[in-house]
Design a binder for this molecule. Structure first.
Ligand SMILES: Cc1cc2nc3c(=O)[nH]c(=O)nc-3n(C[C@H](O)[C@H](O)[C@H](O)COP(=O)(O)OP(=O)(O)OC[C@H]3O[C@@H](n4cnc5c(N)ncnc54)[C@H](O)[C@@H]3O)c2cc1C
Length: 408
């Protein structure tokens, strides 16, 4: 495909990085410009709360590609540049470094920003959020054996930070306003198992407790909880969720609602403008509903799918959603899309170190969660992909091989 067109990607992380590579792999030989607010070339975030925080991995391993890759591929990187405005009528993106970039096609992959707390003392040194590699370096360097760490929020980021800090020998307290950890995604019964996992490993997990204030002279020294308790601390990490990074798109005419509204081809309501990854609220043609997924596999695969759509090679993007979370020696994997409110069926005993459970709605399998059950989760994923009908009894019975169910 010989062209002088410019394909511009805003957001240089997993979705944007993989999209840029895909444009080249698919033979696009026009300009590819990848714009990113962070100073670093595209990298993976999952290791940040795990190996990087624990100091167990060389940082080189987190990058998608070596530095020379982008020159070799003719991908123009504009790092440390934040897009501040989209003007679709003249096909331009304005950058904070005083530049305007013209696009023939545009992919928005600006991901998500951490939700910030608005409580007294939030700006004290020693209070951290975790989204970027710079955040991870700061938390890694500040935590160690016997350090008193308070984690605010027991969602996936909070739970992983708590686990990594325990692995480093820190004293860890977790505050969570909800009655169990991970409740929104996993529901009460699995959340209770995760409460046990953390408590068994020495985390002081306080549920139904929020934060009123960070206190300290010069740096954080103490946390005042919503129940009036005072918890001494050296380091605090806030993990209370994220929100799609769409502020710069207000007023552009782009349809926004819990992210950027796109169809199953990653196309927005504006001509030649696409979106993918954490920022995209997309129509899933098989599930028949909109999803905005905040997980790695979706960011990568939707980035690839969006690049193909930009090239006119559209295929409906309709995966069985998937994510994982590593805490201690436990790898949680989740396939499908359910709500914490759906019915839960355990396969065999609900042993938190080897768990397999299913979420059903109106008798239909919606999702499954496995802990250290890689083969079973792969089998369930196949069942869901092929839409193989399964009964409650088949799911609950350890004697029935899930792999064979799919082969019938
Ligand atoms: C600590 C951590 C651990 C995680 N662990 C897991 C895990 O175990 N399993 C899992 O499935 N998922 C995990 N995730 C989630 C996964 O990393 C995200 O789903 C994925 O990074 C989303 O990729 P993205 O490219 O859509 O967006 P992001 O990774 O959010 O990247 C968006 C990029 O766009 C840039 N940007 C934003 N606005 C602008 C702008 N206006 N102009 C220019 N650039 C801009 C941002 O700076 C950022 O670099 C984790 C996330 C974090 C933070």
């Amino acid at each position: 495909m010989s062209t002088s067109e410019a394909y511009v990607i805003v957001g240089a992380s997993v979705a944007g990085g993989r999209a840029a590579e895909t444009l080249r792999q698919e033979g696009f030989d026009g300009k590819v410009i990848l714009i990113g607010a962070e100073p670093d070339r595209p990298y993976e975030r999952p290791p940040l709360s795990k190996d990087v925080l624990q100091g167990a991995a060389s940082e080189d391993k987190v990058f998608l590609r070596p530095p020379e890759f982008y020159d070799e591929q003719g991908i123009e990187l504009r790092l440390g540049a934040t897009a501040t405005r989209l003007n679709p009528s003249d096909r331009q993106v304005t950058l904070d470094i005083g530049e305007r970039v013209r696009y023939d096609k545009l992919l928005i992959a600006t991901g998500a920003d951490v939700r910030r707390l608005n409580v007294p003392g939030i700006r004290l040194p020693g209070v951290h959020y975790l989204r970027t590699i710079q955040d991870a370096r700061a938390i890694r360097d500040a935590t160690g054996r016997s350090c008193r760490v308070v984690v605010i929020g027991a969602g996936f980021i909070g739970a992983e930070v708590a686990a990594s800090c325990r692995v480093k020998g820190a004293d860890v307290t977790v505050l969570e306003v909800l009655p169990v950890p991970l409740q929104r995604v996993l529901g009460d019964r699995i959340g209770e198992l995760y409460a046990r996992i953390h408590r068994d490993r020495g985390v002081d997990l306080r549920l139904g407790v929020g934060i009123s204030e960070f206190r300290g002279s010069g740096r954080v020294e103490e946390i005042l909880t919503s129940t009036g308790e005072r918890i001494p601390c050296d380091v605090a990490v806030v993990g209370v969720g994220v929100q799609p990074a769409t502020g710069w798109l207000e007023g552009s005419g782009l349809a926004l609602q819990n992210g950027i509204i796109v169809d199953e081809f990653a196309a927005t309501n504006l001509p030649d403008v696409f979106a993918a990854g954490d920022v995209a609220n997309w129509w899933h043609p098989i599930l028949g509903e909109r999803l905005r997924v905040e997980h790695w596999e979706n960011a990568q695969n939707q980035g690839i799918a969006a690049a193909k759509s930009m090239l006119g090679k559209s295929e409906a993007y309709a995966p069985v959603p998937y994510f994982w979370s590593d805490q201690y020696d436990l790898t949680l994997q989740y396939v499908g899309h359910a709500s914490g409110q759906d019915e839960v069926i355990f396969r065999g005993n609900p042993d938190p170190r080897q768990l397999l459970a299913f979420y059903l709605r109106d008798g239909q399998l919606r999702a499954a969660i496995g802990v250290n059950r890689l083969k079973d989760i792969n089998a369930v994923r196949r069942l869901m992909r092929n839409r193989t009908p399964v009964t409650r009894e088949q799911l609950a019975d350890e004697q029935i091989d899930l792999r064979k169910l799919g082969q019938r």
